[in-house]
Design a protein around this ligand. Structure first.
Ligand code: FAD
Length: 274
């Protein structure tokens, strides 16, 4: 089996914290290389990611990597976060532009993730292993796939060590993306982001917002299962496990699982891969 990592989001309530703890405990058995914690742009959400990274590292014993986004933030705020993450003991982070919640006006001091990567390198040298985002099905705001790919290369040229992709259900999009990136001279590992399917209605909503395509035949199959939750779970786990197998066979260097703080959908996929 190739290396795996798990992504969590920062809980805000005691109930959510308990849910994260349960998921982290269960997923620990799969010995991930590291876990990561997402970051919401702006204001009150700022402190939840450091708190969660500390919890994952100190309480659960994971190597924990914060996501760090630059949108809506100042250089000074980012500098403070970098200091905090060094103090916690982090050696890797995921550098992103992020998205402003609608209605928030201030874009921030750094406009694109490439600028953030350059800033982190200038501030902290080689301390952090830096991962950036990649989009096999093209970022939804990009002009076109080729321009988006050049912007991806700019992040690597600025100092990123590796990339994690947006999730996808079409392995060919990933293989093609990696091939095109190699042709442009991008050598870093491109790790597929894998979204196990827990709640299909929620996945549909997410996918529209982030530009990930759910093939029509999958939607049709899901619709056909109606209220049969067991059949949906079985189909979803088989489907995602088959995708992972194809990615592994095709040379993917690792797999990054979007857990949404739930253990079961990810465990169901991993059980099929062993
Ligand atoms: P960028 O790489 O800066 O690209 C954003 C857009 O700008 C693209 O369309 C790109 O083509 C374009 N672009 C880049 N450079 C230029 C330029 N010089 N001139 C013109 N256009 C340019 N979001 C969060 O808020 N928090 C998270 O924790 C989080 N984690 C994520 C983890 C992963 C693995 C992935 C794949 C995404 C994650 N996201 C997260 C979502 C991400 O923040 C959004 O997709 C966001 O819209 C783009 O971020 P980016 O880092 O890819 O941006």
């Amino acid at each position: 089996m190739i290396p795996i990592s798990f992504e969590f989001y920062p809980p805000k309530t005691d109930e959510q914290r308990a849910q994260l703890d349960r998921a982290a405990e269960r997923l620990k058995a799969h010995a991930p290389d590291y876990v990561s914690c997402t970051f919401g742009a702006g204001g009150s959400t700022l402190s939840y990611t450091p708190e969660t990274v500390r919890r994952l590292h100190q309480q659960h014993g994971f190597e924990a990597a914060p996501h760090l986004s630059c949108v809506g933030g100042t250089r000074e705020e980012i500098r403070e976060l970098l200091k905090l993450y060094r103090a916690i003991g982090c050696r890797r982070l995921i550098a992103l532009r992020g998205d402003l919640p609608s209605g928030m006006g201030h874009a921030g001091d750094l406009r694109y993730a490439a600028e953030l990567v350059a800033f982190v390198r200038a501030e902290t040298g080689g301390h952090f292993r830096i991962e950036v985002a990649a989009y096999p099905e093209t970022h939804p705001q990009a002009e076109d796939a080729q321009t988006d790919l050049r912007h991806f290369k700019a992040k690597v040229d600025a100092g990123a060590d590796a990339a994690i992709t947006q999730y996808f259900y079409n392995a060919d999009a990933y293989f093609r993306f990696v091939e095109d990136a190699r042709r442009l001279g991008v050598e870093v590992p491109v790790v597929p982001g894998v979204m196990p399917i827990g709640n299909f209605a929620q996945l549909r909503r997410f996918s529209e917002a982030c530009g990930a395509e759910i093939p029509r035949w999958i939607g049709k199959r899901m619709a056909g299962y109606g209220d049969d939750a067991a059949a949906v779970r079985e189909f979803a786990a088989d489907l995602v496990a088959a995708l992972c197998r194809r990615l592994i066979d095709g040379g993917a260097p690792a797999l990054h699982f979007y857990t949404l703080n739930l253990a079961r959908p990810t465990q169901a996929v991993l059980a099929r891969l062993r």
